[in-house]
Design a protein around this ligand. Structure first.
Ligand SMILES: C[S@@+](CC[C@H](N)C(=O)[O-])C[C@H]1O[C@@H](n2cnc3c(N)ncnc32)[C@H](O)[C@@H]1O
Length: 294
């Protein structure tokens, strides 16, 4: 990350967004009142978080082409869908809507469906599951102490105190879910159909066998070394039944939207398991940029 200290929109005017685009961050402290945030704002606030070396970046509307690919397939009504690395799950909800909720079960999964935090007056410290502080937010800025020496210096007293409390097992951390309120609401209406749970793409899936697996922006060569990517793909292949589908999505190639904000174009590939191998069924978007070759 080029600038590991970013202005927080809690203080800096929104007009600054035109000038500095994505560098102006949605206040991550607003997650503590998640249900009061708009759909877009919740995903923007979640996207600030970097857990286990991976950003939770997501955005409504970023998978329209992939959703169309799946809609065109006319999935069986008893299909089970497994979405891996779904972040706040807003894109999962959009896929469910695109296929009119005609599936048996949809598992929305992520390695980090929640985050721990500690609040000291107006400053919030967010933590990795292993205990390291990953993000600090005050009224003015959003700081990544693991990436910024200046951030570590500015908060050295607080970080040392928090580390001491952690070692003494007396650090009282609170937990906030990172699941989008719109998805939580839909899940309450469809508890038999929608399941939200933790899952690691590097572990065997031990739930109901899915007919479709979606992995969007998680099997990223920047996140995993080649052998781990191969391991994840092997597990996905083994999890699917013969004729089962695998949707691989990437939003990597940058372009500017109408307001001049940098967004990333979607590229998607749909594979089918045939004779124990992945066969490409269909592609959409900037397909040549898919970085994982199967
Ligand atoms: C860039 S986000 C993509 C979110 C969403 N799929 C999208 O495309 O908008 C990557 C997500 O993968 C999750 N993740 C990272 N490592 C993972 C792992 N080993 N297993 C499952 N999910 C993981 C992160 O927590 C994060 O939410």
């Amino acid at each position: 990350m080029k600038f590991p200290i970013k202005p927080n929109d809690a203080f800096w005017p929104g007009a600054l967004r035109r000038l500095i685009g994505a560098h102006l961050r949605k206040d991550p402290r607003s997650l503590l009142q998640g249900h009061q945030l708009s759909d877009k704002a919740f995903s923007q606030a979640v996207s600030n978080l970097r857990l286990g070396g991976t950003f939770k970046t997501t955005r409504p509307g970023r998978h329209t082409l992939s959703n169309e690919l799946i809609r065109a397939q006319k999935l069986p009504e008893d299909a089970v869908i497994l979405d891996i690395g779904a972040s706040d799950g807003i894109t999962s909800l959009e896929l469910m809507q695109a296929i009119n909720f005609s599936f048996k079960k949809y598992y929305v999964t992520d390695l980090f469906p929640e985050v721990h935090y500690f609040q000291k007056e107006q400053t919030v410290f967010f933590f990795e599951p292993q205990g390291a502080c990953t993000l600090i937010a005050d009224r003015f800025f959003v700081y990544y102490p693991q990436l910024s020496r200046l951030a570590r210096l500015l908060f050295r007293k607080e970080l040392a105190e928090l580390e001491k409390l952690r070692r003494e097992h007396s650090l009282d951390l609170k937990k906030v879910p990172l699941i989008h309120p719109a998805l939580q609401k839909e899940q309450r209406h469809r508890p038999q159909q929608i399941h939200i749970q933790r899952h690691d793409v590097l572990q065997k899936w031990d739930g109901e066998q899915p007919f479709l697996i979606k992995a969007a922006n998680v099997l990223n060569p920047g996140y995993f070394p080649p052998e781990k990517l191969q391991q994840a793909l092997k597990l996905i292949l083994e999890t699917l039944p013969e004729k089962g589908l695998f949707l691989l999505v990437e939003n990597r190639i940058p372009r500017r939207d109408e307001s001049g904000r940098k967004i990333r174009r979607e590229a998607a590939a749909l594979y089918q398991k045939q004779n124990g191998h992945f066969q490409l069924l269909a592609k959409a978007g900037a397909e040549t940029e898919l970085q994982i070759k199967l």
